[in-house]
Design a protein around this ligand. Structure first.
Ligand code: ATP
Ligand code: MG
Length: 563
């Protein structure tokens, strides 16, 4: 391709309101443009990268036995009503009406659509298994679209859905998808983790996320370098070392004027933070409250609490709610509580600890479960953090953040039951089909790759997804020899099947170098002053290494680039 004919609107300056490197560079290097919040245009270079990513995904999905389909963007509300998601989805679901006033939604995901296709066409176990995928534009009216392609309102997803006759078969399909995902993300050259994910309150057997490691990412994970355990902090477990037994001391009420926070209490009473217990009052959906006890040096994990309570939502009680319950804010206590009390497992063998006294300015010391108050049980409500013992091998966990690029989920029968997607089994009985679903953020991947592959001058594309493999720069196109040599190398490279961009634009060498660094094509040949000696300069974008290349050796060199 000739740069003079290709639309690559590079920018000298960083666009305003754009914070992270991938967003800055994809815009500055002319890969994408924003049309409206969270809605992007893919320019020729951006589309080339997108297509390359799609091809890698297709190769491994097809290789794992999945079949590609293309489902409509516009989905009838009637399907969403069957599963109840028309009501629960909220504002992210982009709703609209047709001329007959019939409700539709722009598909944010396609479980309903594909389940409808399958129930209309599958009768017996002989028609199964089926594993479909599509690469399609999705719409989610995200509250905070941001970071360019990372969180869009219109974005491109690979979604996939599998249909099996038994849970055993469904697990096998799930494992095959897991393997395919590893192949995809490895081929994309990403540094990623596969982590155990939260399956949520309603249904689902298990779930894994594929997360690309980036600083300040939205996903928080812990992982173990030793045994490879890795999990999203929402789901992460950790081992708790046993505490030594202690003699129970007499319960005592102490005056703690104005002192509320764990840190203040610990200092004031000279008792370590891990012996100060927080009593957290939670509102559970719209039907009640619970008090949850957890050690002062730990954070409560609301996802674990909601899952335990099978609640859609839990949130800390407000000041007014505490008042209506007769609980003095900052001094909530399990002693004398009139709401159910649950405790984190960190209290299981803890003795003589501090709790609030349910009275302003007072705490109890030397408190003990069973002797001073009773609880419903000990459960895992703690948030895992750096340094906590790994649940598998007990060595310290590490913490990192990342970007979720894939999510797989063994759904079970949630959608098939709701939509009557049944099959007649070998034994003649009608049963719901067992489903799995598998997503990849295709457009988000472009950003994820750039987040992991850039420097302070621009993008450094990995070879597999680079928009071009070779960039030829003719520094001065007015020099006849130079432009002639440029076209010769270009023709040879093209004949070898090397995707090549020839910069034949009439602009200054400085601007050409700036653009080539910004765009990030892996290999570069510069035709400049040394041409008189029969030499051109080679430079790799990644290693910045430069050397002079004899034009006579060019054929061998191009062969090596091709590989
Ligand atoms: P997130 O927690 O990031 O919102 P999600 O759990 O809603 O993701 P899924 O419904 O599992 O995501 O969608 C599959 C994949 O699609 C995700 O792993 C992610 O890579 C991508 N994705 C989800 N929402 C967006 C978005 N708004 N913009 C771009 N990609 C997205
Ligand atoms: Mg989301």
């Amino acid at each position: 391709m000739l740069a003079s004919r290709l639309f690559i609107p590079t920018l000298k300056e960083n666009p305003s309101d754009v914070q992270i490197p991938s967003h800055i560079y994809l815009i500055r290097a002319g890969f994408i443009r924003s049309l409206s919040a969270g809605i992007y245009e893919y320019l020729p270079l951006g589309l080339k990268v997108l297509r390359k990513i799609e091809e890698i995904i297709r190769k491994h999905m097809d290789g794992a036995g999945a079949q590609e389909v293309l489902l409509p963007i516009l989905t009838p509300a009637s399907l969403w009503k069957e599963t109840g998601r028309w009501d629960v989805y909220g504002k992210e679901l982009f709703r609209l009406k047709d001329r007959k006033d019939t409700d539709f939604a722009l598909g944010p995901t396609h479980e309903e659509t594909i389940t409808d296709l399958v129930r209309k066409n599958v009768r017996s176990y002989k028609d199964l298994p089926l594993n479909f995928y599509q690469i399609q534009t999705k719409f989610r009216d995200e509250a905070r679209p941001r970071y360019g392609l990372i969180r869009g309102r219109e974005f491109i997803m690979k979604d996939g859905y599998s249909f099996d006759v038994s849970e055993e078969d469904a697990v096998k399909t799930y494992d095959a998808m897991k393997e395919a995902y590893h192949k995809i993300f490895s081929e994309l050259g990403l540094d990623y983790l596969m982590v155990e994910a939260d399956v949520g309150a309603i249904g689902g057997k298990f779930s894994h996320e594929f997360v690309v490691k980036v600083p300040n990412g939205e996903a928080h994970m812990v992982y173990c370098d030793n045994c490879r355990y890795a999990a999203n902090v929402e789901a992460a477990k950790f081992h708790r070392h046993k505490l030594p037994p202690e003699e129970l001391l007499p319960l005592q009420k102490v005056y703690t004027p104005g002192i509320k926070s764990v840190e203040e209490i610990s200092k004031f009473l000279n008792i370590p933070e891990n012996k100060v217990i927080k009593t957290l009052v939670y509102r559970v959906d719209e039907d009640g409250y619970v008090a949850v006890l957890i050690r002062g040096d730990m954070e409560l994990n609301e996802t674990k609490l909601a899952n335990h309570l099978k609640a859609l939502e839990v949130r800390l009680a407000t000041s007014q709610e505490l008042e209506s319950l007769g609980i003095p804010e900052g001094y909530a206590s399990p002693i004398g509580s009139n709401i159910p009390i649950l405790a984190d497992r960190s209290l299981e063998d803890l003795h003589n600890f501090v709790v609030g006294a349910n009275e302003f300015d007072y705490h109890f010391i030397n408190t003990n479960v069973g002797r001073d108050f009773n609880i419903e049980g000990f459960y895992d409500f703690g948030t895992a953090k750096e340094g906590d013992p790994c649940p598998v091998c007990h060595l310290p966990l590490k913490e990192t953040t990342g970007l979720e690029v894939g999510h797989i989920f063994l759904l079970g029968t949630k959608y098939s039951k709701a939509m009557n997607a049944n099959f007649v089994d070998r034994d003649g009985k009608e049963k719901p089909i067992i489903m799995g679903c598998y997503g990849i953020g295709v457009s988000r991947l472009i950003s994820a790759i750039v987040e992991q592959n850039h420097d302070d001058r621009g993008i450094i594309w990995p070879e597999n997804v680079a928009p071009f493999k070779l960039h030829i720069l003719v520094l001065n196109i007015k020099e006849e020899d130079a432009i002639k040599t440029g076209f010769e190398i270009y023709s040879k490279a093209k004949a070898l099947g090397i995707d090549t961009l020839l910069d034949d634009r009439d602009i200054s060498p400085g601007m050409k170098f700036k653009d080539t660094d910004l765009i990030g094509i892996p290999h570069r040949i510069v035709i400049g002053k040394t041409l008189k000696e029969g030499k051109v300069e080679y430079q790799s974008r990644k290693e910045s290494k430069k050397f002079q290349l004899d034009l006579e050796d060019l054929d061998n060199f191009l062969e090596s680039v091709k590989r």
